[in-house]
Design a protein. Structure first.
Length: 94
């Protein structure tokens, strides 16, 4: 595989992450979990690509997908949602 192939794959995976990130029907937890799964798929693909092509830049590939930022943001939104629910529940019990 060539650099052009790796670039196209990274772009496709980035697009998939954007779809997951903005999917209106899912919960924050579902989006975060889906992005977590996609992130590890990207890690696995990067490791395999390095075996196929010694010139392959694993870090550049992962960074090009922007998956780590998207997954972190999704988990932060989920944690914020949990905190808001706890605050609301505590106000109702007082």
């Amino acid at each position: 595989m060539t650099k052009k192939h790796f670039i196209k794959i990274a772009e496709t995976l980035k697009d998939r992450a954007i779809v997951i990130e903005h999917y209106p029907m899912g919960t924050n937890k579902e989006r975060a979990t889906a992005l977590f799964t996609l992130k590890h798929t990207i890690y696995d693909l990067g490791a395999e690509f390095k075996l196929i092509n010694s010139n392959f830049d694993y870090d550049k590939f992962v960074n090009a997908t922007e998956i780590e930022e998207k997954e972190t943001q999704a988990w932060m939104l989920y944690k914020q949602e949990i905190m808001e629910r706890r605050i609301k529940r505590n106000r109702q019990t007082v």
